[in-house]
Design a protein around this ligand. Structure first.
Ligand code: GRF
Length: 202
């Protein structure tokens, strides 16, 4: 089995899309753990309802040093021994040593056509910049935010009158198709990272 660990912080609609895609067309993929830094995340509740192994790793502000949070996160992931770590709306940067240990084995989805509009509120950034199109990107993860090798992108138009909400919704429809498809191809060995280059086989 190809072992996947999912990290999320909130709504979890991408995780849900991945789960439902695998339910509809099973592959040799096992979701070995869903980790959330937010005990109230809807994505976590969904995972619990599906009886998946769930882990809440909270960083209680002030009380806990970042190192302690990183240590627990790293140990939990190492114990799960995943073949792929899927970031699905995980709102924290991973510790650099974890990213290096899983080089080429961590993916993220971001709601922009990277390298444009990294970071928070990417859809609003695209609107503010007067861009004519936006989209989503699945990429490998490196220690710097939203900066790793790009695997696949899908563009959507920006329509006059778009708001952050309307544009985000248009992009999200594509995210829910793109992310499951890319994860499937990685699990099948059709996409991999070799020396910082994405290799794809049809
Ligand atoms: C998505 O827009 C994704 O691109 C970004 O965070 C959002 C997560 O949404 N990384 P959800 O939690 O998957 O619904």
């Amino acid at each position: 089995m190809f072992r996947i660990a999912v990290l999320l912080s909130g709504r979890g609609s991408n995780f849900r899309a991945i789960f439902e895609d695998l339910e509809a067309r099973p592959l040799n993929i096992e979701i070995v753990g869903v980790i959330s830094d937010n005990p109230k995340a809807d994505g976590l509740l969904f995972a619990q309802s599906k009886k998946l192994p769930c882990f809440v790793i909270e960083r209680k502000k002030k009380e806990q040093p970042l190192e302690a949070f990183h240590f627990t996160l790293t140990q939990t992931i190492l114990d799960l021994n995943p073949d792929l770590i899927v970031l699905a709306g995980f709102m924290r940067l991973l510790p650099a040593n974890l990213v290096e240990a899983f080089d080429g084995k961590i993916v993220n989805i971001h709601p922009s056509l990277l390298p444009a509009f990294k970071g928070l509120r990417a859809q609003q950034q695209a609107l503010d910049a007067g861009a004519s199109q936006a989209g989503c990107t699945v990429h490998y993860v490196v220690p710097e935010m939203d900066a790793g090798a790009i695997i696949e992108q899908v563009a959507v138009p920006i329509i006059p009158g778009d708001t952050e909400e309307s544009l985000s919704a248009r992009i999200l429809v594509e995210e829910h198709k793109l992310y499951p498809a890319v994860i499937r191809m990685i699990a099948e060995g059709k996409i991999r990272l070799v020396k910082d280059r994405v290799i794809k086989e049809s």
